[in-house]
Design a protein around this ligand. Structure first.
Ligand SMILES: NC(=O)c1ccc[n+]([C@@H]2O[C@H](COP(=O)([O-])OP(=O)(O)OC[C@H]3O[C@@H](n4cnc5c(N)ncnc54)[C@H](O)[C@@H]3O)[C@@H](O)[C@H]2O)c1
Length: 265
């Protein structure tokens, strides 16, 4: 995994010198697209120094350059979260670039559509490699840095698919169940280290991953959201921001639906 240093220069002031995350250092995985990108943008606007990861190196570099152009403190580390060496490098780079890690947003994920019949063992393995193993590795290595400093907040990306049976989610749904399980168990493991662990469970959100779904499938899913529409990445970023910030200081082990009422039915 190559580490590109273009975003390492000290950039101060600008719109990021104050805000709800002023002075915090945040690692966001899967930051080149969708919810991760919206979250990193919001975090930077709220004063965080952001360490951006994605396996799409070109898109990641472009995004990091955009952010630094706006005066944000951003560092990017391309890599695959399912690879232990890449994850170790990501966390090491965050410490080297900014001095520590206060927040991890374990967002990188894939959203395959498959029924039990159409799913293959290979699809299962590839999905679990990112959504399961990748999330576990990111939590493990970020928490180690946080524990040394006695503070930190982790936000994992679960999904309504972890809780509600849906057509075509035979692989994806269980992979998001892992996110909710990790959240609850790690919250207990890490509580004595000063590290909070929470998750968001978004409904269907208008991101490139969802745009890749068949239109018929999206239309059906939209109807299942009582609010009458799908969500925007920024609406998930708002919830992640809250859980990651000190405003959520008494919240750990929670999985917050951000779903237009989907799970309330
Ligand atoms: N969009 C939705 O409707 C929705 C709903 C619930 C949960 N989620 C979750 O939100 C997260 C983000 O989804 P999105 O819709 O923004 O998807 P997206 O495809 O727009 O963005 C995901 C990003 O993760 C990156 N990525 C994938 N595998 C990776 C890996 N192994 N290592 C590093 N980067 C990797 C991709 O390159 C991409 O840039 C996922 O965990 C997804 O399960 C999405």
């Amino acid at each position: 995994m190559a580490v590109n240093p273009i975003s390492n220069g000290p950039i101060s002031n600008g719109p990021t010198s104050s805000g709800r995350l002023a002075g915090k250092i945040a690692v966001v995985t899967g930051a080149a697209s969708g919810i991760g990108r919206a979250t990193a943008e919001r975090f930077a606007a709220e004063g965080a120094s952001v360490v951006l990861n994605d396996r799409e190196a070109g898109a990641l570099e472009k995004f990091a350059t955009e952010l630094t152009g706006k005066g944000a403190k951003a560092h990017f580390v391309p890599g695959d979260v399912s690879q232990e060496a890449d994850v170790r490098r990501l966390m090491d780079e965050a410490v080297r670039a900014f001095g520590g890690i206060d927040i991890l947003v374990a967002n990188a994920g894939v959203i395959p559509e498959a029924t039990l019949e159409s799913a293959t063992a290979d699809l299962w393995d590839r999905t679990m490699a990112t959504n399961g193993r990748g999330m576990f590795l990111c939590c493990k290595y970020a928490a180690a840095v946080m524990a040394k400093r006695g503070k930190g907040a982790i936000v994992c990306l679960s999904s309504i698919s972890a809780f509600a049976g849906q057509p075509g989610q035979a692989v994806y749904g269980p992979s998001k169940f892992i996110a909710s399980g990790l959240t609850r168990h790690l919250a207990i493991d890490l509580i004595s280290k000063g590290v909070r662990v929470n998750a968001v469970a978004p409904g269907t959100i208008a991101t490139p991953a969802v745009a890749r779904m068949e239109k018929e499938g999206i239309d059906k899913v939209v109807k299942l959201h009582p609010i009458g529409r799908i969500g925007r990445p920024e609406e998930v970023a708002n919830a992640i921001l809250f859980l990651a910030s000190d405003e959520a200081s008494f919240i750990t082990g929670a999985v917050l639906p951000v779903d237009g009422g989907y799970l309330a039915q």
